[in-house]
Design a protein around this ligand. Structure first.
Ligand code: NDP
Ligand code: 2IT
Length: 447
Protein backbone atom coordinates (compact mmCIF):
# COMPACT_ATOMS: atom_id res chain seq x y z
CA UNK A 1 0.00 0.00 0.00
CA UNK A 2 1.09 3.56 -0.62
CA UNK A 3 2.45 5.72 2.18
CA UNK A 4 2.37 9.19 0.62
CA UNK A 5 -0.58 11.34 -0.44
CA UNK A 6 1.06 12.17 -3.77
CA UNK A 7 1.52 8.59 -4.98
CA UNK A 8 -1.83 7.55 -3.53
CA UNK A 9 -3.49 10.29 -5.59
CA UNK A 10 -1.60 9.40 -8.78
CA UNK A 11 -2.63 5.77 -8.49
CA UNK A 12 -6.27 6.47 -7.69
CA UNK A 13 -6.49 8.77 -10.71
CA UNK A 14 -5.24 5.95 -12.96
CA UNK A 15 -7.67 3.55 -11.31
CA UNK A 16 -10.55 5.98 -11.90
CA UNK A 17 -9.60 6.55 -15.55
CA UNK A 18 -8.90 2.91 -16.44
CA UNK A 19 -10.92 0.73 -14.08
CA UNK A 20 -11.17 -2.04 -16.68
CA UNK A 21 -7.46 -2.39 -17.36
CA UNK A 22 -6.24 -4.88 -14.71
CA UNK A 23 -2.84 -5.64 -16.25
CA UNK A 24 -2.05 -1.96 -16.68
CA UNK A 25 -3.10 -1.16 -13.10
CA UNK A 26 -0.98 -4.05 -11.81
CA UNK A 27 2.13 -2.79 -13.58
CA UNK A 28 1.55 0.83 -12.50
CA UNK A 29 0.97 -0.13 -8.87
CA UNK A 30 4.19 -2.13 -8.67
CA UNK A 31 6.27 0.67 -10.15
CA UNK A 32 4.67 3.42 -8.05
CA UNK A 33 5.33 1.42 -4.88
CA UNK A 34 9.04 1.39 -5.75
CA UNK A 35 9.13 5.07 -6.70
CA UNK A 36 7.43 6.44 -3.61
CA UNK A 37 10.71 6.91 -1.76
CA UNK A 38 12.28 8.59 -4.81
CA UNK A 39 9.41 11.07 -5.08
CA UNK A 40 9.65 11.80 -1.36
CA UNK A 41 13.32 12.71 -1.65
CA UNK A 42 12.99 14.68 -4.92
CA UNK A 43 10.24 17.33 -4.69
CA UNK A 44 10.75 18.28 -8.37
CA UNK A 45 8.96 15.04 -9.29
CA UNK A 46 5.65 16.10 -7.77
CA UNK A 47 6.10 19.76 -8.69
CA UNK A 48 6.48 18.85 -12.36
CA UNK A 49 3.83 16.09 -12.32
CA UNK A 50 6.40 13.56 -13.49
CA UNK A 51 4.53 10.51 -12.16
CA UNK A 52 1.22 11.75 -13.61
CA UNK A 53 2.93 12.08 -16.99
CA UNK A 54 4.72 8.71 -16.70
CA UNK A 55 1.43 6.82 -16.29
CA UNK A 56 -0.30 8.55 -19.22
CA UNK A 57 0.80 7.31 -22.67
CA UNK A 58 1.84 10.02 -25.10
CA UNK A 59 -0.35 8.35 -27.74
CA UNK A 60 -2.56 5.25 -28.04
CA UNK A 61 -3.57 4.17 -31.53
CA UNK A 62 -6.28 1.58 -32.12
CA UNK A 63 -7.25 0.45 -35.59
CA UNK A 64 -9.23 -2.05 -37.62
CA UNK A 65 -7.29 -4.79 -39.43
CA UNK A 66 -9.34 -6.50 -42.15
CA UNK A 67 -7.90 -9.36 -44.19
CA UNK A 68 -9.10 -12.30 -46.26
CA UNK A 69 -8.60 -15.88 -45.08
CA UNK A 70 -7.81 -18.82 -47.39
CA UNK A 71 -11.51 -19.65 -47.73
CA UNK A 72 -12.19 -16.17 -49.10
CA UNK A 73 -13.92 -14.96 -45.94
CA UNK A 74 -13.19 -11.47 -44.64
CA UNK A 75 -11.81 -11.45 -41.08
CA UNK A 76 -11.62 -8.43 -38.80
CA UNK A 77 -9.10 -7.94 -36.00
CA UNK A 78 -8.13 -5.07 -33.76
CA UNK A 79 -4.68 -3.50 -33.95
CA UNK A 80 -2.89 -1.35 -31.36
CA UNK A 81 0.21 0.76 -30.91
CA UNK A 82 0.85 2.57 -27.66
CA UNK A 83 3.62 5.17 -27.88
CA UNK A 84 4.22 5.55 -24.20
CA UNK A 85 7.18 7.81 -23.63
CA UNK A 86 9.77 9.37 -25.96
CA UNK A 87 11.77 11.33 -23.37
CA UNK A 88 15.04 9.51 -24.03
CA UNK A 89 14.68 8.37 -27.66
CA UNK A 90 12.36 7.15 -30.40
CA UNK A 91 9.56 4.86 -29.29
CA UNK A 92 10.72 1.23 -29.24
CA UNK A 93 9.03 -2.02 -28.32
CA UNK A 94 7.54 -5.22 -29.64
CA UNK A 95 4.30 -6.28 -31.31
CA UNK A 96 2.28 -9.14 -29.82
CA UNK A 97 -0.18 -11.23 -31.85
CA UNK A 98 -2.31 -13.22 -29.41
CA UNK A 99 -6.08 -13.49 -28.78
CA UNK A 100 -5.62 -11.99 -25.29
CA UNK A 101 -4.23 -8.66 -26.60
CA UNK A 102 -6.26 -5.66 -25.38
CA UNK A 103 -5.57 -2.00 -24.67
CA UNK A 104 -4.80 -3.01 -21.08
CA UNK A 105 -2.19 -5.54 -22.17
CA UNK A 106 -0.39 -3.23 -24.61
CA UNK A 107 -0.47 -0.42 -22.04
CA UNK A 108 1.08 -2.57 -19.30
CA UNK A 109 3.75 -3.74 -21.72
CA UNK A 110 4.40 -0.21 -23.04
CA UNK A 111 4.63 1.22 -19.54
CA UNK A 112 7.20 -1.39 -18.51
CA UNK A 113 9.08 -0.92 -21.78
CA UNK A 114 9.82 2.72 -20.92
CA UNK A 115 11.79 1.70 -17.84
CA UNK A 116 13.31 -1.37 -19.48
CA UNK A 117 14.66 0.59 -22.43
CA UNK A 118 16.08 3.17 -20.08
CA UNK A 119 17.90 0.42 -18.16
CA UNK A 120 19.67 -0.74 -21.34
CA UNK A 121 21.57 2.55 -21.39
CA UNK A 122 20.63 3.02 -25.07
CA UNK A 123 18.60 6.00 -26.30
CA UNK A 124 15.19 4.38 -26.76
CA UNK A 125 11.75 5.49 -25.61
CA UNK A 126 9.03 2.97 -24.80
CA UNK A 127 6.20 1.57 -26.92
CA UNK A 128 4.27 -1.65 -27.51
CA UNK A 129 1.60 -2.87 -29.87
CA UNK A 130 -0.05 -5.83 -31.43
CA UNK A 131 -3.33 -7.43 -32.27
CA UNK A 132 -5.84 -9.98 -31.01
CA UNK A 133 -5.04 -11.93 -34.21
CA UNK A 134 -4.21 -15.57 -33.44
CA UNK A 135 -1.44 -16.88 -35.73
CA UNK A 136 -1.99 -20.46 -34.51
CA UNK A 137 -3.38 -22.71 -37.21
CA UNK A 138 -3.14 -20.01 -39.89
CA UNK A 139 -1.37 -20.67 -43.19
CA UNK A 140 1.70 -18.63 -44.17
CA UNK A 141 -0.44 -16.88 -46.79
CA UNK A 142 -3.02 -15.88 -44.17
CA UNK A 143 -0.32 -14.59 -41.82
CA UNK A 144 1.15 -12.61 -44.71
CA UNK A 145 -2.17 -11.00 -45.63
CA UNK A 146 -2.82 -10.13 -42.01
CA UNK A 147 0.65 -8.63 -41.57
CA UNK A 148 0.29 -6.59 -44.76
CA UNK A 149 -3.05 -5.19 -43.65
CA UNK A 150 -1.72 -4.49 -40.14
CA UNK A 151 1.30 -2.64 -41.54
CA UNK A 152 -0.80 -0.64 -44.01
CA UNK A 153 -2.18 1.27 -41.03
CA UNK A 154 0.83 1.03 -38.70
CA UNK A 155 3.13 2.58 -41.32
CA UNK A 156 1.44 5.95 -40.76
CA UNK A 157 2.69 6.01 -37.18
CA UNK A 158 6.22 4.58 -37.27
CA UNK A 159 9.62 5.42 -38.75
CA UNK A 160 13.30 4.87 -38.00
CA UNK A 161 13.45 8.16 -36.05
CA UNK A 162 9.92 7.94 -34.63
CA UNK A 163 8.96 4.46 -33.53
CA UNK A 164 10.66 1.12 -34.24
CA UNK A 165 8.56 -2.00 -33.53
CA UNK A 166 9.88 -5.56 -33.13
CA UNK A 167 8.59 -9.00 -32.15
CA UNK A 168 6.96 -10.39 -29.01
CA UNK A 169 4.56 -13.31 -28.45
CA UNK A 170 3.34 -14.60 -31.83
CA UNK A 171 5.63 -12.27 -33.79
CA UNK A 172 8.94 -13.73 -34.94
CA UNK A 173 11.09 -13.61 -38.07
CA UNK A 174 8.27 -14.63 -40.42
CA UNK A 175 5.91 -11.86 -39.28
CA UNK A 176 8.64 -9.19 -39.14
CA UNK A 177 9.60 -10.11 -42.74
CA UNK A 178 6.06 -9.73 -44.07
CA UNK A 179 5.58 -6.43 -42.23
CA UNK A 180 8.94 -5.08 -43.36
CA UNK A 181 8.17 -5.94 -47.00
CA UNK A 182 4.90 -4.04 -46.79
CA UNK A 183 6.48 -1.02 -45.06
CA UNK A 184 9.13 -0.77 -47.76
CA UNK A 185 6.54 -0.98 -50.52
CA UNK A 186 4.36 1.72 -48.96
CA UNK A 187 7.18 4.12 -48.12
CA UNK A 188 9.55 3.39 -51.03
CA UNK A 189 12.32 3.55 -48.47
CA UNK A 190 14.82 1.09 -47.00
CA UNK A 191 15.21 1.99 -43.32
CA UNK A 192 15.76 0.22 -40.00
CA UNK A 193 12.12 0.69 -39.07
CA UNK A 194 11.66 -2.78 -37.57
CA UNK A 195 14.11 -4.90 -35.59
CA UNK A 196 14.38 -8.65 -35.49
CA UNK A 197 14.72 -8.58 -39.27
CA UNK A 198 16.19 -11.47 -41.25
CA UNK A 199 19.96 -11.46 -41.64
CA UNK A 200 19.67 -11.01 -45.42
CA UNK A 201 17.90 -7.65 -45.14
CA UNK A 202 19.42 -5.81 -42.20
CA UNK A 203 18.85 -7.99 -39.16
CA UNK A 204 21.47 -8.28 -36.42
CA UNK A 205 23.29 -11.46 -35.51
CA UNK A 206 22.34 -12.58 -31.98
CA UNK A 207 18.96 -10.77 -31.95
CA UNK A 208 17.15 -14.12 -32.02
CA UNK A 209 19.15 -15.38 -29.04
CA UNK A 210 19.34 -12.05 -27.20
CA UNK A 211 16.45 -12.20 -24.72
CA UNK A 212 17.15 -15.72 -23.46
CA UNK A 213 20.92 -15.28 -23.45
CA UNK A 214 20.64 -11.90 -21.75
CA UNK A 215 18.40 -13.37 -19.06
CA UNK A 216 21.08 -15.95 -18.23
CA UNK A 217 23.89 -13.35 -18.26
CA UNK A 218 21.93 -11.33 -15.71
CA UNK A 219 21.25 -14.37 -13.50
CA UNK A 220 24.88 -15.47 -13.70
CA UNK A 221 26.00 -12.04 -12.47
CA UNK A 222 23.35 -11.86 -9.72
CA UNK A 223 24.27 -15.32 -8.43
CA UNK A 224 27.96 -14.43 -8.47
CA UNK A 225 27.56 -11.15 -6.58
CA UNK A 226 24.75 -12.03 -4.19
CA UNK A 227 25.41 -15.73 -3.50
CA UNK A 228 28.97 -16.41 -4.70
CA UNK A 229 27.32 -19.02 -6.91
CA UNK A 230 26.62 -19.77 -10.59
CA UNK A 231 24.54 -21.89 -13.00
CA UNK A 232 27.08 -24.71 -12.72
CA UNK A 233 25.36 -27.92 -11.61
CA UNK A 234 21.97 -26.26 -11.05
CA UNK A 235 18.59 -27.71 -11.96
CA UNK A 236 16.51 -25.19 -13.89
CA UNK A 237 12.80 -25.05 -14.76
CA UNK A 238 11.78 -22.79 -17.64
CA UNK A 239 8.18 -22.11 -18.68
CA UNK A 240 7.17 -21.47 -22.29
CA UNK A 241 8.89 -22.96 -25.32
CA UNK A 242 9.03 -19.96 -27.61
CA UNK A 243 11.85 -17.63 -28.55
CA UNK A 244 12.80 -16.59 -25.02
CA UNK A 245 12.48 -20.03 -23.39
CA UNK A 246 14.47 -21.82 -26.10
CA UNK A 247 17.48 -19.52 -25.96
CA UNK A 248 17.38 -19.31 -22.16
CA UNK A 249 17.57 -23.11 -22.18
CA UNK A 250 20.51 -22.98 -24.59
CA UNK A 251 22.54 -20.48 -22.53
CA UNK A 252 21.72 -21.98 -19.11
CA UNK A 253 22.90 -25.35 -20.45
CA UNK A 254 26.09 -23.81 -21.86
CA UNK A 255 26.71 -22.30 -18.42
CA UNK A 256 26.59 -25.74 -16.82
CA UNK A 257 22.98 -26.07 -15.68
CA UNK A 258 20.49 -28.85 -16.42
CA UNK A 259 17.13 -27.60 -17.72
CA UNK A 260 14.53 -30.24 -16.91
CA UNK A 261 11.20 -28.69 -17.93
CA UNK A 262 9.54 -26.53 -20.59
CA UNK A 263 5.89 -25.79 -21.35
CA UNK A 264 3.34 -24.25 -23.68
CA UNK A 265 -0.26 -23.23 -23.16
CA UNK A 266 -1.29 -26.91 -23.31
CA UNK A 267 0.95 -28.32 -20.61
CA UNK A 268 4.54 -29.06 -19.60
CA UNK A 269 7.25 -31.64 -20.21
CA UNK A 270 9.62 -33.00 -17.57
CA UNK A 271 12.82 -34.68 -18.74
CA UNK A 272 14.92 -35.69 -15.76
CA UNK A 273 17.94 -36.22 -18.03
CA UNK A 274 17.90 -32.64 -19.23
CA UNK A 275 15.99 -31.19 -22.19
CA UNK A 276 17.19 -32.15 -25.67
CA UNK A 277 17.09 -28.68 -27.16
CA UNK A 278 17.65 -29.77 -30.77
CA UNK A 279 14.45 -31.76 -30.56
CA UNK A 280 12.56 -28.81 -29.02
CA UNK A 281 13.84 -26.52 -31.78
CA UNK A 282 12.73 -29.00 -34.44
CA UNK A 283 9.24 -29.23 -32.91
CA UNK A 284 8.76 -25.56 -32.11
CA UNK A 285 10.79 -23.57 -34.61
CA UNK A 286 10.64 -25.82 -37.68
CA UNK A 287 7.22 -27.45 -37.33
CA UNK A 288 5.38 -24.91 -35.12
CA UNK A 289 4.22 -27.98 -33.17
CA UNK A 290 3.16 -28.62 -29.55
CA UNK A 291 5.58 -29.33 -26.70
CA UNK A 292 3.74 -32.61 -25.97
CA UNK A 293 5.30 -34.04 -29.16
CA UNK A 294 8.64 -34.16 -27.29
CA UNK A 295 7.44 -37.19 -25.32
CA UNK A 296 6.73 -39.23 -28.43
CA UNK A 297 10.48 -39.19 -29.11
CA UNK A 298 12.09 -39.05 -25.66
CA UNK A 299 11.62 -40.84 -22.34
CA UNK A 300 10.00 -37.84 -20.65
CA UNK A 301 6.73 -36.99 -18.92
CA UNK A 302 4.01 -34.73 -20.33
CA UNK A 303 1.41 -33.21 -18.03
CA UNK A 304 -1.54 -31.20 -19.26
CA UNK A 305 -2.30 -27.83 -17.75
CA UNK A 306 -0.29 -25.71 -15.35
CA UNK A 307 1.81 -27.26 -12.60
CA UNK A 308 5.32 -26.75 -13.97
CA UNK A 309 6.33 -24.84 -10.80
CA UNK A 310 5.80 -27.97 -8.71
CA UNK A 311 8.94 -29.50 -10.23
CA UNK A 312 11.83 -29.12 -7.74
CA UNK A 313 14.54 -26.79 -9.05
CA UNK A 314 17.30 -24.41 -7.96
CA UNK A 315 16.44 -21.72 -10.50
CA UNK A 316 13.07 -20.85 -12.07
CA UNK A 317 12.83 -18.80 -15.25
CA UNK A 318 9.23 -17.96 -16.22
CA UNK A 319 9.41 -17.24 -19.98
CA UNK A 320 5.82 -17.57 -21.24
CA UNK A 321 3.39 -14.79 -20.32
CA UNK A 322 1.98 -12.42 -17.68
CA UNK A 323 0.69 -13.76 -14.35
CA UNK A 324 1.72 -17.35 -15.07
CA UNK A 325 3.31 -17.84 -11.61
CA UNK A 326 1.09 -17.08 -8.61
CA UNK A 327 1.45 -17.01 -4.82
CA UNK A 328 0.83 -20.75 -4.47
CA UNK A 329 3.44 -21.52 -7.13
CA UNK A 330 5.92 -19.27 -5.32
CA UNK A 331 5.38 -21.15 -2.06
CA UNK A 332 5.95 -24.49 -3.81
CA UNK A 333 9.15 -23.27 -5.45
CA UNK A 334 10.58 -21.99 -2.17
CA UNK A 335 9.52 -25.13 -0.33
CA UNK A 336 11.39 -27.19 -2.93
CA UNK A 337 14.58 -25.19 -2.43
CA UNK A 338 14.52 -22.68 -5.30
CA UNK A 339 17.14 -19.95 -4.73
CA UNK A 340 16.57 -17.66 -7.74
CA UNK A 341 13.66 -16.56 -9.91
CA UNK A 342 14.28 -14.35 -12.92
CA UNK A 343 11.64 -13.24 -15.39
CA UNK A 344 12.16 -13.88 -19.10
CA UNK A 345 8.55 -12.97 -19.74
CA UNK A 346 6.97 -9.60 -18.93
CA UNK A 347 5.26 -9.58 -15.51
CA UNK A 348 4.98 -13.39 -15.22
CA UNK A 349 4.88 -13.34 -11.41
CA UNK A 350 1.73 -12.10 -9.68
CA UNK A 351 2.19 -9.46 -6.94
CA UNK A 352 1.64 -12.18 -4.31
CA UNK A 353 4.41 -14.32 -5.79
CA UNK A 354 6.81 -11.39 -6.03
CA UNK A 355 6.16 -10.39 -2.44
CA UNK A 356 6.75 -13.92 -1.24
CA UNK A 357 10.09 -14.22 -3.05
CA UNK A 358 11.29 -10.91 -1.58
CA UNK A 359 10.16 -11.94 1.88
CA UNK A 360 11.97 -15.29 1.63
CA UNK A 361 15.21 -13.76 0.36
CA UNK A 362 15.04 -15.56 -2.95
CA UNK A 363 17.12 -13.78 -5.60
CA UNK A 364 14.18 -12.29 -7.52
CA UNK A 365 14.68 -10.14 -10.60
CA UNK A 366 11.92 -8.45 -12.63
CA UNK A 367 11.42 -8.82 -16.37
CA UNK A 368 12.08 -5.20 -17.17
CA UNK A 369 15.67 -5.82 -16.07
CA UNK A 370 16.23 -9.48 -16.88
CA UNK A 371 14.59 -9.65 -20.32
CA UNK A 372 16.02 -6.32 -21.50
CA UNK A 373 18.60 -8.15 -23.63
CA UNK A 374 16.09 -8.49 -26.45
CA UNK A 375 15.41 -4.80 -26.82
CA UNK A 376 19.07 -4.01 -26.13
CA UNK A 377 20.14 -6.00 -29.18
CA UNK A 378 17.27 -4.39 -31.08
CA UNK A 379 18.95 -1.10 -30.20
CA UNK A 380 22.22 -2.50 -31.52
CA UNK A 381 20.41 -3.55 -34.70
CA UNK A 382 19.25 0.06 -35.12
CA UNK A 383 22.84 1.24 -34.66
CA UNK A 384 24.15 -1.20 -37.27
CA UNK A 385 21.39 -0.17 -39.71
CA UNK A 386 22.29 3.51 -39.28
CA UNK A 387 25.99 2.76 -39.79
CA UNK A 388 25.22 0.41 -42.70
CA UNK A 389 27.46 -2.16 -41.05
CA UNK A 390 26.96 -5.64 -39.62
CA UNK A 391 28.83 -6.68 -36.51
CA UNK A 392 29.92 -10.26 -35.80
CA UNK A 393 27.96 -12.52 -33.47
CA UNK A 394 30.76 -12.26 -30.89
CA UNK A 395 30.74 -8.46 -30.97
CA UNK A 396 26.98 -8.24 -30.41
CA UNK A 397 27.04 -10.99 -27.78
CA UNK A 398 29.84 -9.25 -25.85
CA UNK A 399 27.94 -5.96 -25.87
CA UNK A 400 24.80 -7.81 -24.73
CA UNK A 401 26.63 -9.39 -21.80
CA UNK A 402 28.09 -6.03 -20.76
CA UNK A 403 24.65 -4.40 -20.92
CA UNK A 404 23.08 -7.13 -18.75
CA UNK A 405 25.85 -6.84 -16.16
CA UNK A 406 25.37 -3.06 -16.13
CA UNK A 407 21.63 -3.47 -15.60
CA UNK A 408 22.24 -5.73 -12.62
CA UNK A 409 24.76 -3.30 -11.13
CA UNK A 410 22.61 -0.21 -11.73
CA UNK A 411 19.61 -1.94 -10.13
CA UNK A 412 21.60 -3.17 -7.12
CA UNK A 413 23.10 0.31 -6.61
CA UNK A 414 19.75 2.10 -6.87
CA UNK A 415 18.22 -0.29 -4.33
CA UNK A 416 21.13 0.34 -1.99
CA UNK A 417 20.93 4.13 -2.46
CA UNK A 418 17.28 4.20 -1.39
CA UNK A 419 17.69 1.87 1.57
CA UNK A 420 16.46 -1.39 0.04
CA UNK A 421 19.65 -3.41 -0.46
CA UNK A 422 19.14 -6.60 -2.45
CA UNK A 423 15.70 -5.55 -3.72
CA UNK A 424 16.32 -5.89 -7.45
CA UNK A 425 12.69 -5.09 -8.24
CA UNK A 426 12.71 -1.67 -6.59
CA UNK A 427 16.24 -1.12 -7.89
CA UNK A 428 15.26 -1.75 -11.53
CA UNK A 429 12.21 0.49 -11.27
CA UNK A 430 14.22 3.30 -9.70
CA UNK A 431 17.28 3.05 -11.98
CA UNK A 432 15.06 2.96 -15.07
CA UNK A 433 12.94 5.85 -13.82
CA UNK A 434 15.75 8.21 -12.83
CA UNK A 435 17.04 8.66 -16.37
CA UNK A 436 13.58 9.11 -17.89
CA UNK A 437 12.57 11.58 -15.17
CA UNK A 438 15.74 13.62 -15.66
CA UNK A 439 15.14 13.75 -19.42
CA UNK A 440 11.53 14.84 -18.90
CA UNK A 441 12.54 17.57 -16.44
CA UNK A 442 15.19 18.94 -18.78
CA UNK A 443 12.80 19.02 -21.74
CA UNK A 444 10.14 21.01 -19.90
CA UNK A 445 6.41 20.51 -20.14
CA UNK A 446 6.42 19.19 -23.71
CA UNK A 447 4.59 15.90 -23.46
P1 NDP B 1 6.74 -16.83 -28.36
O1 NDP B 1 5.48 -16.54 -29.10
O2 NDP B 1 7.94 -17.22 -29.12
O3 NDP B 1 6.46 -17.96 -27.27
C1 NDP B 1 5.52 -17.79 -26.28
C2 NDP B 1 5.51 -19.02 -25.39
O4 NDP B 1 4.70 -18.74 -24.25
C3 NDP B 1 4.86 -20.22 -26.07
O5 NDP B 1 5.41 -21.39 -25.56
C4 NDP B 1 3.40 -20.08 -25.68
O6 NDP B 1 2.68 -21.28 -25.73
C5 NDP B 1 3.52 -19.57 -24.27
N1 NDP B 1 2.34 -18.76 -23.95
C6 NDP B 1 1.96 -17.60 -24.54
N2 NDP B 1 0.81 -17.15 -24.04
C7 NDP B 1 0.47 -18.03 -23.10
C8 NDP B 1 -0.63 -18.11 -22.21
N3 NDP B 1 -1.59 -17.16 -22.19
N4 NDP B 1 -0.65 -19.16 -21.35
C9 NDP B 1 0.32 -20.11 -21.37
N5 NDP B 1 1.37 -20.08 -22.20
C10 NDP B 1 1.45 -19.07 -23.04
O7 NDP B 1 7.01 -15.53 -27.48
P2 NDP B 1 8.37 -15.05 -26.80
O8 NDP B 1 9.17 -16.22 -26.35
O9 NDP B 1 8.98 -14.04 -27.67
O10 NDP B 1 7.80 -14.27 -25.53
C11 NDP B 1 7.63 -14.88 -24.24
C12 NDP B 1 7.59 -13.80 -23.18
O11 NDP B 1 8.81 -13.06 -23.21
C13 NDP B 1 6.48 -12.76 -23.32
O12 NDP B 1 6.06 -12.35 -22.05
C14 NDP B 1 7.20 -11.60 -24.01
O13 NDP B 1 6.55 -10.38 -23.75
C15 NDP B 1 8.55 -11.68 -23.33
N6 NDP B 1 9.65 -11.03 -24.02
C16 NDP B 1 9.99 -11.37 -25.30
C17 NDP B 1 11.07 -10.77 -25.91
C18 NDP B 1 11.54 -11.17 -27.26
O14 NDP B 1 12.59 -10.66 -27.68
N7 NDP B 1 10.87 -12.05 -27.97
C19 NDP B 1 11.85 -9.72 -25.23
C20 NDP B 1 11.45 -9.48 -23.87
C21 NDP B 1 10.38 -10.11 -23.32
P3 NDP B 1 1.64 -21.56 -26.94
O15 NDP B 1 2.49 -21.76 -28.14
O16 NDP B 1 0.87 -22.74 -26.51
O17 NDP B 1 0.78 -20.32 -27.05
O1 2IT C 1 9.29 -7.02 -24.41
C1 2IT C 1 10.27 -6.72 -25.12
O2 2IT C 1 11.22 -6.08 -24.67
C2 2IT C 1 10.28 -7.17 -26.51
N1 2IT C 1 9.35 -7.84 -26.93
C3 2IT C 1 11.40 -6.76 -27.42
C4 2IT C 1 11.20 -5.36 -27.94
C5 2IT C 1 12.16 -4.91 -28.99
O3 2IT C 1 11.97 -3.78 -29.47
O4 2IT C 1 13.09 -5.64 -29.37
Amino acid sequence: MFKTEYVKRVYSEVEAKDPHQPEFLQAVREVLESLEVVAQQNPAIEKNAILERMVEPERLIQFRVSWMDDAGKVQVNRGFRVQFNSAIGPYKGGLRFHPTVTASVVKFLGFEQVLKNSLTGLPMGGAKGGSNFNPKGKSDAEVMRFCQSFMTELTKHIGQFTDVPAGDIGVGGREIGYMYGQYKRLQNEVAGVLTGKGLSYGGSLARTEATGYGLCYYVQEALKVLKSDSFEGKTVVISGSGNVAIFATEKATQLGAKVVALSDSGGYIYDKNGIDLDLVKAIKLERRGRISEYCTQRDAEYHEGKGIWGIPCDIALPCATQNELDGEDAKLLVKNGCIAVAEGANMPCTPEATEYFLEKDVVYAPGKATNAGGVAVSGLEMTQNSMRLAWTFEEVDTRLRDIMINIFQASAQAAEKYGMPGNLLAGANIAGFEKVAAAMLEQGVSY
